[in-house]
Design a protein around this ligand. Structure first.
Ligand code: AMP
Length: 430
C-alpha cells in the first residue's frame, strides 16, 4: 500500500512511524509533514484547508489510501471530496464532522439520542442573550464557542467576571471569528477525564487503548489550558465495568443515533468523557485521533495499523482483530517558551538522536542543513511504553533529559500517581 497522511504535527508523526513498521506499506507521504517527519515519510507541501487540492494530490500520487489527522479538512469536507472521486480515505464526511465542528450540533445530537452529557442552560445567539443568560445559571459554568477555535473556545469558570470577559471576546470582539457567533452554556461536570477513541467503518467499531491527556501547562494541573502537554494510556484507566457502561450508554447510542439521523460515520471518533459520580458523560466529540493521546497510544499498538485503516476504509472492520501490548505508555510534550501564548521559535535543538527506550515525535520542527530548529508552540514529544505508567513516563523523561533548546518547558508530573488521581477537575473553576 502507498499511504498519504494529512497533517503535520506529533500525531501525524506517530501515525507515520507506526505505518512504517508495516510490511504491507510500500510508501508514505505526509502533507505537509514537518522537519522530523521528513526522516520517516516523503513530505509534500500543501494547504490542509484546500480539500480539492488534497484530493488532486492523492490522485497525482496514486495513493491507495489517505488518513487525515487534523479536524479542519474534515469539517471542510475532505472525505466528501475524496469519495466523489473514488479515492479511499479514513475520515468522516462533513455532515458527520459536525459532531466536532459545532458544539451545539453535538449537544442536540446527544440530547436526541439520550447520550449522557452535561445539561444545557442556554444556547445564545447574541452577546445580549448571553449576558442576560448569565443571571440564571449554576456555577461552575462552562461556556463553549460553537465552532472550531483551536482549543481556545471553552471556558470553565466560577467567576461571573471571567464569564463576561469570555462572552465579550467571543461575541463582541469576535476573537474566534464566526466560531463564536453562537455560544453554549452548560453545566460544569466534576470527575476524572478519559479519552475513549474508536475506529468505525459505519457498521462496526473497535476501541483504541484508553488514554488521558494533561491539558494544563504546568505541574499539578496549574496554568492555562494547552493543546496537551502529555498523555498516558493504561488499562487501569478503564475497569471492565466502566468499559461496559461506556459501550452501552455512550458508544452504541451514538452509533445508532448517527445511523438513525442518516449520517454515515467512518473514521476515528473520539469521546472526551468525564467520569462523574453518576457515570460517564460526554464532554466533547472529536472526529479524529487526539493529539497527544495518539503519541502514547501508538506505543501500545501490537497490530498492523495499515491493515486496520484499510479494513476501515473497505468496511471490513468486523474481521479485524487488534492486539494491544499490556501495561501502559506515556508521552511528554516539550514546548517552546511562551506556549500556549505566542511561542518563541527558531531555536536550535540539540541532543536529538534515536532512543532505545522510546520515540521522539516531531510536532513543530524544521530542518536546515542537518540541524533542527523549533517552529511552533509544541515542538517534540517523547513517547514510550512500559509495564506501568510510572515506568513508561520515566523512559520519556530519560529521553527528554538528553534534548535541549532554549526556553524549552515541559510538565514533570506526567504519569505520577498523584497526578493520576488529580488529572482532572482541578483548575476548572472548582
Ligand atoms: P472541549 O474543547 O469541549 O474539549 O473542552 C475542553 C476541556 O474543557 C475539556 O477537556 C474539559 O477539561 C473541559 N470541559 C468541557 N466541558 C466541560 C464540562 N461540561 N464540565 C467540566 N469541564 C468541561
Amino acid at each position: 500500500m502507498k499511504i498519504l497522511v494529512i497533517g503535520g504535527g506529533g500525531r501525524e508523526h506517530a501515525i507515520v512511524w507506526k505505518l512504517r513498521q508495516s510490511p504491507n506499506v510500500e510508501h508514505i507521504w505526509c502533507a505537509p509533514g514537518n522537519g522530523g517527519i521528513a526522516e520517516d515519510a516523503e513530505c509534500v507541501m500543501c494547504d490542509v484547508k484546500d480539500v480539492k487540492a488534497l484530493a488532486t494530490l492523492a490522485e497525482h500520487l496514486h495513493a491507495d489510501l489517505t488518513v487525515v489527522g487534523p479536524e479542519v479538512p474534515l469539517v471542510l469536507g475532505i472525505a466528501d471530496e475524496f469519495s466523489s472521486r473514488g479515492l479511499l480515505i479514513v475520515a468522516p464526511v462533513a455532515k458527520a464532522a459536525q459532531l466536532e465542528g459545532s458544539k451545539i450540533f453535538a449537544k442536540q445530537f446527544m440530547q436526541r439520542h439520550n447520550v449522557p452529557t452535561a445539561a444545557v442552560y442556554q444556547i445564545c445567539e447574541s452577546a445580549l442573550d448571553a449576558y442576560t443568560a448569565l443571571c440564571d445559571v449554576d456555577w461552575p459554568l462552562v461556556i463553549k464557542a460553537d465552532g472550531l477555535a483551536a482549543g481556545k473556545g471553552v471556558l470553565v469558570t466560577s467567576s461571573p467576571d471571567e464569564a463576561t470577559d469570555f462572552i465579550d471576546r467571543a461575541m463582541d470582539k469576535h476573537e474566534f471569528e464566526s466560531a463564536g457567533n453562537r455560544v453554549l452554556f452548560e453545566e460544569g461536570l466534576r470527575g476524572q477525564e478519559l479519552s475513549y477513541i474508536i475506529l468505525t467503518d459505519r457498521n462496526h467499531w473497535m476501541p483504541l487503548a484508553p488514554s488521558r491527556d494533561f491539558k494544563r501547562a504546568f505541574d499539578g494541573d496549574k496554568g492555562p489550558n494547552t493543546g496537551g502537554m502529555g498523555a498516558i494510556s493504561d488499562d487501569a484507566l478503564l475497569s471492565a465495568e466502566l468499559d461496559r457502561r461506556i459501550r452501552e450508554e455512550i458508544v452504541e447510542p451514538t452509533i445508532r443515533g448517527l445511523a438513525a439521523d442518516g449520517i454515515p460515520y467512518q473514521g476515528f471518533l473520539y469521546f472526551g468523557l468525564m467520569l462523574t459520580a453518576e457515570g460517564p458523560k460526554v464532554l466533547e466529540f472529536n472526529c479524529r485521533l487526539g493529539d497527544p493521546e495518539t503519541e502514547a497510544i501508538v506505543m501500545r499498538m501490537d497490530f498492523d495499523l495499515a491493515l486496520a485503516l484499510k479494513a476501515c476504509a473497505d468496511g471490513e472492520l468486523k474481521s479485524f482483530e487488534p492486539k494491544w501490548k499490556p501495561g501502559a505508555s506515556a508521552c511528554v510534550v516539550m514546548a517552546s517558551e511562551g506556549y500556549p501564548g505566542t511561542p518563541k521559535i527558531d531555536r536550535r535543538i540539540d541532543g536529538l538522536s534515536r532512543s532505545e527506550t522510546g520515540m521522539v515525535f516531531h510536532a513543530g520542527t524544521i530542518r536546515k542543513s542537518s540541524i533542527y530548529y523549533t517552529c511552533s508552540g509544541r515542538v517534540l514529544i517523547a513517547a514510550s511504553a512500559g509495564l506501568t505508567v510510572g515506568q513508561a513516563a520515566g523512559n520519556c523523561y530519560d529521553i527528554v533529559s538528553g534534548i535541549q533548546f532554549e526556553g524549552c518547558h515541559f510538565r514533570r508530573d506526567v504519569g505520577q500517581r498523584s497526578t493520576l488521581r488529580a488529572a482532572t477537575g482541578s483548575g476548572r473553576g472548582e
